[in-house]
Every structure is written in structure tokens, then in C-alpha cells.
Design a protein around this ligand. Structure first.
Ligand code: ADP
Length: 502
């Protein structure tokens, strides 16, 4: 079993103006290992609006200097941060497994994603392209450029506790904004590790600040603050709606990344062994707690029976345990509330007359597992599209298998939910793959691969209720964190009237 590398500092502080500052309330939230709650990972500030006020004030002041630092210089600091992250990758992955629960190979992936994003976005410091174009009038020049926005309030979830903060912090900084981030209550340590690396790399005091605490206190205060010009949020649909409404009330730019009900479609010509690996990885990787997790599998009726039994057999064999144990396949879920919510959905599924639960469905409590929040990988078959387990985001190791008649039927089922994040098709027929790619209403689509595995240099985000139209990742993220300025230079030396003025 791997040993925790980072020392446990019992009490962490907020990070404001380059200093570690205790929360004004003097209160802390315990961060415990979800695989074994006897282990205390640390205590993190239960901050209040007063701490937010201080951090936002500092960030607003610092913005005036940071926006003037040339973007390539800002980016140089990110390149240095990338090197630090590489050196600490293993220690950060271990810290993350301890606070979040997912298995080490996945937390290594989470840190790697932050590293990849750091280099990718650092490269953008030398681009941040605008463009020039022709003006309507002679002796007139027209162009547009990206400008920084101001203080960005970032609110992040617990499932990718370093990768998701990196998707937001890095583009915000390279575009010339300053940041106040509120990490998730369950997993603040990974954000602290990431921010520490950036600060060690030379991000000036006040440019990047952390205020840790509860959503209803710190998150709410960020949303209400008039000096916060932009909020970027990833989390549940319920909270995302609150965030969107609050931002509308205070005229903030707002990017929302919310739920998913992702689907894998398996056609009768598919390589079923390959599809099986994709479903196991998509449904039970990160214990099903990814926004892109595959929670619906739509299988052609000719192969449905065979595939479902292959899936249930393998799901039963998955080893539950602490993520630091290299032999573990599936770690715990994040906390007690999550395990209860998942088991409630299992009950909802069991009450459906037609659906059959083929495996799992219980909390795993054997031996030391009883000290953590372990839920057995669960497979339902004979699920129908209208059922709640096929419609609502469960965010746990529960997968529903539905049957389809043909590709059109599969696409109809795929699109019959309110979310639109990720989808995949397994088929050997290229024509069908392209038809599905075009007609499935998601922001991410895979062919012969699972619903997960996004790469940082492509846009990440979803359609419909998954978000509000923005994309993180790719160069598209720069559109969230910068504002366009159109510039006209008239060098005619006389009053020229544009056509719309005449
Ligand atoms: P998840 O449980 O998937 O992390 P949540 O939507 O509950 O999703 O939380 C995502 C983030 O939003 C967390 O950092 C949480 O503290 C924060 N949050 C929760 N409630 C609010 C709220 N009312 N206002 C602002 N932020 C909130």
C-alpha cells in the first residue's frame, strides 16, 4: 500500500494577498478520508463573507497591476508551475486519493491533467490571438483583441479537485484576470496543492487567492460581491441554477458546467469485448462520480442479453477498497450523503416493475470497508427510457442497460434526457458512427471509446441543461475569461462617417 507523502498540517488557512490567513470565524471544516473516516486529512477554513470581502478587495486591487503584465510574461510563470507540478505529481496524487477516494492511477491522471492544462494554457500566453479585418471606409483600420475582465470567482466541485480548478485558474490568469477560488468542502487540499505550486512558481501576491468554506457562505458571498465580475462554476444542476440566477441579478459573466446522463450505444456489429471494457471504465471509474460517467448503456436487442450478462459478471468481480491500494478497482464514494443518495436511486430502480437489478445495490461494509463509504457496483437491466434511473443523474456506481431496435431508436433514447454532456457509440460501421455523431445532442462524442477521457486542448462542455453554452478546455476557454474589444483606427485625418451614421 502506498504511504501518504504529504505531512498532515492539522489546520490550513485561507490564501489571501500571498499570505496564509486564518479565517475570521476561527472555525474549520474537517477533511476526512472517505475510504476510512478515522483518518483526518486536515482542517480547512469555514470562511465567511468577511474573508471573501478581504480576498475580493485584494484581488480587485491587484488586477490593476496584473492586467498590465504582458501575457507572455504571465505565461512564463505557468511554465515554471508546470515543472513544479511534475516534481510533486506522486505526492499530490496520494493527497488527492486520501481526500477524494478515487484510486491512485486516477488521481495521477487528475494531476496530469492539471499539468497538461498548465503547459497548454501557458502556450496561449504567446497567442491570445485577436484579428484584423477590413473597415468599411478608406484609410481606416479595424481589429479586435482580447482584454481581461477583472476578479473571477471560481467555485469548484470535489470529483476532479485539481484538474477542474486548473481548467479555470490557468486561463483566468493567462488572460490577465485575478482570482478568488472556493474549493469544494470535501476536497480542498488538492486545490491548495495546486495554488501552492503556482505561488511558488512566482504568481504575485493577491493575483490568486483561496477562500475555503461552505457553498452557502463563501460561494454565496462571491456571487453577491459587486467586484466579482465573472463566476465560473462546476457542480450540480441545482446549485448551478442558483449561481446563474445570482449572476444575472448582479450582471456578472457566468459559465456553468453541470450535470450529465451520459450514454454508451452498442450496436449489434460492435466488438463486445471492447465495449465491455468501455462500459466498465465509464460506469465505475471514479466510482461513477464523473460528470461524463456512463450511466446509461443502450444495447441493440440482438446482443443485449449477451452483453448484459457479460457486464454483470465483470461488475461483480470489481474489487472495492481504498484507492491507495494498487489492487483496488473501485474506491469509495465521496461522503455519507452521496452514499445515501445513490442507495435511494437503487431503491427507486428496484421498485420499477420491469427493471432487474443484476448485481450490487448495497453499501459494502466488510472488514475495514465499514469505516468508509463504499457502494457496490450496480447494474440494472431491462430499464426503460422514462424510468428515473434512466433520466436523473445518480453520480455513483450505478448503470442502467436499455434495449434499442436500431440506430435511430438508440439516438432517440440517447437524446431523451435533459442533459447533453457526453455520448459514445460502439460499432464497426463508419456510416452509423458518423450519423450518430451528428445527431446525438452532446458536447462530447466518442466512437469505439467510453464516454470519458477528454483532452485539455479540446473544448469540454455540454448542450441542453448540462451548461450555459460555454466550453472549458481548448482555446474556447479563452472566450470565457476574456472580453473582446473592437478597435477602429481612422488615419484619414478627416471626419469620416460610417454607413450606419449616414
Ligand atoms: P457537488 O456536490 O457535485 O460538488 P455542488 O453543486 O453541491 O456539487 O457543489 C459544487 C460547488 O458549489 C461546491 O464548491 C459547493 O460548496 C458550492 N456551492 C454549494 N451551494 C452553493 C450556493 N448556494 N452558492 C454558491 N456555491 C455553492
Amino acid at each position: 500500500m502506498a504511504k501518504p507523502a504529504a505531512k498532515v498540517r492539522p489546520e490550513h488557512s485561507n490564501y489571501i494577498a500571498g499570505e496564509w490567513v486564518a479565517p475570521r470565524s476561527g472555525s474549520y471544516i474537517e477533511n476526512r478520508n472517505p475510504a476510512d473516516t478515522r483518518e483526518l486529512v486536515g482542517r480547512f477554513p469555514a470562511s465567511t463573507a468577511e474573508d471573501v470581502e478581504q480576498a475580493v478587495g485584494v484581488a480587485a486591487e491587484t488586477f490593476q497591476k496584473w492586467r498590465k503584465v504582458p501575457a507572455p510574461r504571465r505565461a512564463e510563470i505557468l511554465f515554471k508551475a508546470g515543472e513544479i507540478l511534475i516534481q510533486r505529481k506522486e505526492a499530490f496524487a496520494i493527497d488527492m486519493t486520501r481526500e477524494m477516494g478515487k484510486v491512485l492511477k486516477e488521481t495521477r491522471g487528475d494531476v496530469q491533467e492539471a499539468i497538461d492544462m498548465t503547459y497548454f494554457i501557458a502556450g496561449e500566453g504567446r497567442r491570445l490571438h485577436g484579428y484584423t479585418t477590413k473597415a468599411e471606409l478608406p484609410n481606416k483600420y479595424a481589429m479586435c483583441s482580447r482584454e481581461p475582465i477583472g476578479v473571477c470567482g471560481l467555485i469548484t466541485p470535489w470529483n476532479f479537485p485539481m484538474a477542474i480548478p486548473s481548467w479555470k485558474i490557468l486561463p483566468a490568469l493567462v488572460c490577465g484576470n485575478t482570482v478568488v477560488i472556493k474549493p469544494a468542502e470535501d476536497t480542498p487540499l488538492s486545490t491548495y496543492n495546486f495554488v501552492s505550486a503556482l505561488s511558488e512558481a512566482g504568481i504575485p501576491p493577491g493575483v490568486l487567492n483561496i477562500v475555503a468554506g461552505r457553498g452557502v457562505e463563501v460561494g454565496k458571498a462571491l456571487l453577491a460581491h459587486e467586484k466579482v465580475r465573472l463566476v465560473s462554476f462546476t457542480g450540480s444542476t441545482e446549485v448551478g441554477r442558483i449561481v446563474g440566477q445570482s449572476c444575472a441579478a448582479t450582471d456578472k459573466i457566468c459559465s456553468l458546467e453541470m450535470g450529465g446522463k451520459n450514454v454508451i450505444m452498442i450496436m449489434e456489429d460492435a466488438d463486445l469485448d471492447l465495449a465491455l471494457e468501455g462500459v466498465l471504465w465509464g460506469a465505475f471509474g471514479t466510482t461513477g462520480q464523473r460528470c461524463t460517467a456512463a450511466s446509461r448503456v443502450v444495447v441493440h436487442r440482438k446482443v443485449a442479453k449477451k452483453f448484459t450478462s457479460m457486464l454483470a459478471n465483470r461488475a461483480k468481480q470489481l474489487r472495492l477498497g481504498p484507492g491507495l491500494n494498487e489492487k483496488t478497482d473501485v474506491g469509495p464514494v465521496i461522503n455519507k450523503d452521496a452514499s445515501e443518495k445513490i442507495l435511494e436511486y437503487v431503491e427507486i430502480g428496484r421498485r420499477e416493475d420491469k427493471a432487474k437489478m443484476l448485481c450490487g445495490g448495497r453499501r459494502a461494509e466488510k472488514g475495514d470497508l465499514k469505516y468508509g463509504f463504499f457502494v457496490e457496483p450496480t447494474v440494472f437491466s431491462d430499464v426503460e427510457p422514462h424510468m428515473r434511473i434512466a433520466q436523473e443523474e445518480i453520480f455513483g456506481p450505478v448503470v442502467s442497460v436499455l434495449e434499442c431496435r436500431d440506430l435511430d431508436h438508440a439516438i432517440e433514447i440517447a437524446n431523451g434526457v435533459k442533459f447533453g454532456l457526453s455520448a459514445s457509440i460502439y460499432t464497426r460501421d463508419t456510416n452509423r458512427a458518423f450519423h450518430a455523431m451528428e445527431d446525438v445532442q452532446t458536447g462530447i462524442f466518442y466512437v469505439n471509446a467510453s464516454t470519458i477521457g477528454a483532452e485539455v486542448h479540446l473544448p469540454f462542455g455540454g448542450t441542453k441543461s448540462t451548461g450555459n453554452g460555454h466550453r472549458e478546455g481548448g482555446t474556447q476557454v479563452l472566450d470565457i475569461f476574456s472580453e473582446w474589444k473592437a478597435v477602429y483606427v481612422d488615419y484619414s485625418g478627416k471626419l469620416q462617417r460610417a454607413q450606419i451614421d449616414t
